[in-house]
Design a protein. Structure first.
Ligand SMILES: Nc1ncnc2c1ncn2[C@@H]1O[C@H](COP(=O)(O)OP(=O)(O)OP(=O)(O)O)[C@@H](O)[C@H]1O
Length: 277
């Protein structure tokens, strides 16, 4: 039997469910120290239609990644799989090394530190901005206690931190219903931040925003990505350019191209299926 020299040994111990590809990849490190999320050969069909087709993707700790691609490319399904809303037919999704998310349900994945922002804002319209954040923090304490109890110092500090990031501090006493569309989106991102996720998934955050709101959203996400990983799905190329991060273009459930935006947007295959349309 061939002995592996110590220097060639994988840094990450093989996971019992890891595929051959995962083991090969582990030698290169995608499940190692710097990797937060690793999709390994994921497949998902709906009624025989392959929405996700042998999809592999690595997101590093503290990385912001932009996901682009035509309608039906599988972007939403990919996020559904990461958050446990949809179970893949095959493949694995590793989080923080060897936690296979496909073996967890939605609630447990949220508790593991993955927050998801859907396209439409879903704030509590009849509550103030500050109470929305308190509700997001409430956890198992229950909604009524969260609103009636005095602020605990840690809670106050977390809420102030979120206000500083989202710049919604001046609006804390307003009803969420009275906020602009952009402010509602930031509030919802703030509600996710209140739960201190390690990975934030954001679906088309700037749809329907003004140019100024779009710019502010780019600033906010970049600031968030200083301390956590962010995956943002977006069609607005002007916004993706502002993010100035690595881009993955999905097509037919698979990675078509990946790299800096200039490189990906110059790729003839990307132009053909997406940007040239
Ligand atoms: N629950 C489902 N049942 C049947 N088909 C589905 C289901 N969810 C997604 N699909 C199909 O899978 C494919 C991928 O859809 P998905 O929503 O992931 O694409 P997308 O890249 O997010 O598109 P868009 O940019 O329009 O949001 C589409 O053809 C879609 O119709």
């Amino acid at each position: 039997m061939d002995m592996i020299e110590p220097a060639e040994r994988p840094l990450v111990s093989p996971h019992p469910y890891a595929t051959q590809r995962a083991l090969e990849a582990a030698n290169l490190g995608p499940r190692g120290g710097d990797t937060l999320l690793y999709l390994d050969a994921v497949n998902k069909s709906f009624d025989g239609f392959r929405a996700i087709n042998d999809l592999s993707l690595v997101v590093a700790r503290g990385e912001m990644r932009a996901i682009i691609g035509p309608n039906g490319a599988g972007k939403t399904t990919m996020m559904d799989i990461v958050t446990g809303k949809t179970r893949p037919d095959s493949g694995a999704v590793y989080f923080r090394g060897d936690i296979d998310l496909t073996r967890h349900d939605e609630a447990s994945i949220a508790r593991l530190g993955i927050g998801r922002k859907f396209q439409k804002p879903t704030v509590f319209e009849s509550h103030t901005v500050e109470d929305n954040l308190r509700l997001a923090l409430s956890g198992e304490r229950g909604v009524f206690r969260a609103l009636l109890d005095p602020f605990a110092p840690a809670e106050r500090a977390r809420i102030d931190e979120v206000f500083a990031l989202t710049r919604l501090g001046d609006h804390r006493a307003r009803l969420a219903a009275d906020l602009s569309h952009g402010q509602k989106q930031w509030l919802e991102i703030g509600m996710l931040l209140a739960q201190d996720p390690e990975l934030l998934l954001v679906d088309e955050p700037v749809a329907g925003m003004t140019d100024a709101e779009t710019e502010e959203t780019a600033r906010l996400l970049k600031e968030i990505a200083r301390t956590r990983s962010v995956v943002v799905v977006e069609h607005d190329m002007h916004f993706v350019r502002m993010l100035d991060v690595k881009v993955t273009c999905l097509h037919e459930g698979h990675v078509l191209a990946e790299g800096p935006l200039d490189q990906v947007s110059a790729d003839p295959r990307v132009v053909e299926v997406y940007l040239g349309r």
